[in-house]
Write a protein of this length. Structure first.
Length: 327
């Protein structure tokens, strides 16, 4: 490489001694900092005096643009983003969590050097059980703690069924013990036994199998009786929706009488077909009044002032202007 030699006092070694100190001693061949000027556009090898990283860069960029080791630049950027400012470190924002920072396995890093949102996995030591484990700082700051202590807390809250070894069966279970299908008598088992016995319901006579401990601890009963009660509960109408709580009124001429329109909130009217007329094939319009008490006045339609909320009487049909009681 033929380069014009710099004059006295004009070489890189003389004008920029700090940059010349990072000149790579081996990868540039015979070229030395004495042979080039600070403004040269030659790309040469450098070796960082801090981290010993090796890289290539133009001499002019290093002197005029103050370019430096790329690895050190990345590290400084990371540190500027992660180094906490005043009042931002883990030690200041969460001293209770910082107390569980492992004192020996994270050196030289300390809670004062990191922020709570740092995604760095470090060592911790539980202040309760002294367990040591690694976890990300951000996850711990969000509330994640020692897994061993968490398991102990869950176990303490768990509802455990007490063992009933040595206790005789209750009287109601003795009465439901099947006399023929079990190979043993009820006196041979206790309340905590896992023996799957046969039972016979005193209400419906249904036979089924269930463990003794399940019946004693959880109070399980006849499955047929349970299904029957659930079916009855589903068939039972909601309050105000049974047939006894429905008033059907059929006006003459298919029009809703004005007398059925009471105060706002007193009457709820809807046009539909009542079941008897629907079955008979009639297609007249009907007014259905729900949850109302109609005061019966012989020969008259119910007046607005006589409409009010309350219980429901018999099925009433208004036909041809007369009020009659029907089924």
């Amino acid at each position: 490489m033929s380069l014009r030699k710099p004059g006295r006092g004009d070489s890189l070694n003389e004008r920029c001694p700090a940059v010349a100190a990072e000149w790579h001693p081996e990868l540039n061949g015979e070229l030395t900092p004495v042979d080039v000027k600070p403004g040269s556009n030659v790309k040469v090898w450098w070796r960082c005096s801090a981290c010993v990283y090796e890289w290539q860069a133009v001499i002019n960029n290093r002197t005029t643009r103050a370019s430096r080791c790329p690895e050190c630049s990345k590290r400084l950027v990371r540190e500027s983003r992660t180094t906490p400012g005043p009042g931002e470190s883990l030690a200041e924002t969460d001293p209770e969590l910082a107390a569980e920072w492992h004192p020996g396995k994270n050196r030289p890093l300390t809670p004062a050097d990191v922020r709570p949102n740092r995604s760095l996995k470090v060592w911790w030591r539980c202040s309760v059980c002294r367990r040591e484990w690694r976890a990300i700082i951000r996850e711990r700051a969000m509330g994640r703690g020692c897994s061993r202590c968490a398991a102990r807390r869950r176990a303490a809250k768990r509802v455990t069924v007490p063992r009933r070894r040595g206790q005789r069966l209750p009287d109601h279970l003795l009465a439901e013990w099947h006399p023929g299908l079990n190979g043993r008598g009820p006196s041979t088992v206790t309340g905590g036994s896992d023996y799957r016995a046969w039972w016979r319901c005193l209400t419906c006579g249904h036979r089924w199998q269930a463990s003794v401990s399940n019946r004693v601890a959880h109070g399980s009963g006849c499955p047929d009786c349970v299904r029957r009660r659930m079916a009855e509960a589903k068939r039972r109408p909601a309050p105000g929706q049974s047939e006894d709580c429905t008033r059907r009124v059929r006006p003459a001429g298919g029009q809703v009488p004005d007398q059925l329109v009471g105060r706002a909130g007193d009457v709820q009217l809807g046009l539909t077909l009542c079941p008897p007329c629907h079955d008979a094939g009639e297609v007249e319009r009907h007014a259905v009044v729900r949850s109302l008490r109609l005061e019966e006045v012989p020969g008259e339609l119910p007046q607005p002032g006589r409409l009010g909320l309350g219980g429901v009487q018999d099925h009433l049909d208004v036909h041809a202007g007369t009020l009659t009681s029907g089924a």
